[in-house]
Design a protein around this ligand. Structure first.
Ligand SMILES: Cc1cc2nc3c(=O)[nH]c(=O)nc-3n(C[C@H](O)[C@H](O)[C@H](O)COP(=O)(O)OP(=O)(O)OC[C@H]3O[C@@H](n4cnc5c(N)ncnc54)[C@H](O)[C@@H]3O)c2cc1C
Ligand code: SF4
Length: 508
């Protein structure tokens, strides 16, 4: 190995990468972070550039995916990954990033925490994960939605929109049709109080196009804090393309440079990390199993709210929900309810069985009474694999669903209809199952605790390659239906605390 450039090199500046960096620099370890993205970001742009796009991207045809994936900033991030990563999808949308801050530039910021039952099959205990959850929550800022017209304003709360508050009120007034149905105010990584460099949420609901005030957590914000440390160095516009071991590890980059360290930490996102490891793992014919969350979107109308105006709130998740569909501990769906008055009219009109003009008029009349529920299944309901093409480095993700998924989904929709009825909600036509990948909840390619060439240790260290650690979603052994990013960050924090205690010697 040439002279090490740092004690640890972290690849990726998304939520996983920054979460691994903090404990290491706090312990005095020298960290070099490489990221394929640049400093330019959505937060610096004018509103018209954010909404329309510098090249008027938002005037392009609606491709039927989530409105969140069609904003100019989202299109820019996803298209660059598709162009440069050599990963394509077959009945799978490869949602991944080559951007400073990763997918946290466009995420929905909804937060879930796993509990002991969710990680029964994992090789770690819940206690260290909970300690890491606590540290991450403090760092990124979390708030809960609350009906401030009826509840005291205590803690970090933001007001629920009027339609969502109405639904929650109905829920509290009548017992669920299914005893396992839960509906609760959503928990989001949005600031209710200003912090240095970040303003509190202004409730203007512009969230779809990026949050110019920084109220929504984005891991770019953490980079500013990390860069204040003399132990931390960030190199932008540096895309890692190869990994070689030689008494330590050397990373080759697209511009022909190389960087070495005793240990490398991969935080390139599940697809980005798989691409980087393509030459080091025997991916072969069968492919690498990828867990993703099958996702259902259901438009809902609250007739009691018809012709009533929407109230000021953010346009991220207002309410969270969960419902069991089977006997096993993981057999439950998790979801969110959004108010849609701040979504682009067009994305609603395109999904309704009405003409353009009629659709637009209908939207304007009923916008304040419209909601959308998104429902996530656990990863065992997916059947997706990353395959390596026989020639070259190209990889294809083939998406699919578990056997019997359609029957379970039909049954779940039927049981949800009973809850919608109790809540005074009418499901509208246009419910859709997203193409695998659109969920962006990926895990399980390199599971912690698994034996064999794809397994990793509790420190995310590859069984086949000592000194090469992974801290993104790849190493989560199972994918529950809960929102995943808080767990990715907490697990990265947990691993980095363990690595910070190790000798700074090469693992080889
Ligand atoms: C529309 C949308 C909404 C979402 N909403 C939610 C939500 O509400 N709640 C939730 O929990 N999760 C949500 N997610 C998922 C969340 O964004 C991801 O789980 C999270 O960003 C993963 O973090 P990461 O750091 O592992 O990867 P990423 O965020 O993908 O970051 C990867 C980083 O690696 C860098 N990189 C990749 N390859 C290379 C390379 N070869 N060389 C150098 N750098 C490289 C990238 O530039 C990037 O900085 C959402 C995602 C999307 C797309
Ligand atoms: S409403 Fe949305 S965009 Fe505006 S400050 Fe709040 S979170 Fe950010």
């Amino acid at each position: 190995m040439k002279t090490p450039d740092a004690d640890f090199i972290i690849v990726g500046s998304g939520p996983a990468g920054v979460s691994a960096a903090f404990p290491l620099i706090a312990a005095g370890r020298r960290v070099l972070m490489l990221d394929a993205g640049t400093d330019a970001g959505s937060e610096d742009e004018s509103r018209s550039a954010r909404v329309l796009g510098r090249n008027l991207e938002s005037l392009r045809a609606d491709d039927g995916s989530s409105p969140k994936l069609q904003t100019p900033v989202a299109r820019g991030i996803l298209e660059r990954f598709r162009r440069e990563s050599e990963i394509t999808g077959d009945r799978f949308t490869p949602v991944a990033s080559l951007a400073r801050g990763g997918l946290s530039n466009i995420w929905g910021a909804q937060i879930s925490y796993l509990d002991a039952a969710d990680i029964l099959g994992w090789p770690i205990d819940i206690d260290p994960l909970q300690r890491s959850y606590e540290r991450i929550s403090q760092r990124i800022g979390i708030s809960t939605n609350a009906d401030l017209t009826s509840e005291a304003d205590s803690g970090s709360v933001l007001p629920l929109g009027a339609a969502a508050a109405h639904v929650l009120h109905r829920h509290k007034a009548a017992k669920p049709a299914d005893g396992s149905f839960r509906l609760f105010p959503a928990v989001n990584a949005i600031l209710s109080e200003a912090r240095p460099g970040r303003a509190a949420c202004d409730l203007r609901g512009d969230c779809l196009y990026g949050c110019p005030s920084g109220a929504i957590y984005n891991s770019r914000q953490d980079l500013l804090a990390l860069q204040k440390s003399p132990h931390f160095r960030l190199l932008d516009n540096v895309r890692a393309i190869s990994l070689a071991s030689n008494a330590g590890w050397t990373i080759g980059t697209a511009d022909g440079s190389s960087f070495s360290a005793p240990r490398i930490i991969l935080a390139a996102g599940v697809l980005g990390t798989a691409a980087l490891l393509a030459d080091l793992l025997p991916i072969g014919e069968r492919g690498l199993r990828l867990l993703n969350s099958p996702t259902l979107a259901i438009p809902l109308l609250s007739p009691a709210r018809l012709l009533r105006s929407a109230t000021a709130t953010h346009s991220l998740a207002q309410l969270g929900l969960s419902l069991r569909y089977g006997e096993r501990a993981s057999d439950y769906v998790t979801g969110a309810i959004y108010e849609v008055s701040s979504l682009p009219t067009q994305s609603f009109v395109n999904r309704m069985p009405l003409g353009r003009k009629a659709g637009r008029a209908a939207f304007e009349t009923i916008a304040g009474s419209l909601l959308v529920a998104t429902i996530y299944y656990p990863g065992d309901q997916s059947r997706s694999y990353i395959h390596r093409e026989v020639t070259g480095k190209d990889m294809t993700v083939r998406g699919g669903f578990a056997d019997g998924f359609d029957i379970r989904a039909k049954d779940l929709k039927r049981r949800l209809r009973r809850e919608w009825k109790r809540l005074g909600l009418v499901p509208l036509p246009g419910a859709s199952l997203a193409e695998p990948g659109v969920d962006a909840h990926f895990a399980g390619t390199l599971p912690m605790g698994a034996a064999g060439p794809f397994g990793t240790s509790v420190d995310g260290e590859l069984n086949l390659h000592p000194g090469l650690h992974v801290v993104d979603g790849s190493i989560l052994p199972e994918l529950s239906s809960k929102y995943i990013t808080m767990t990715i960050m907490a697990n990265a924090d947990r691993i980095a605390h363990r690595l910070a205690e190790m000798e700074a010697n090469p693992a080889l």
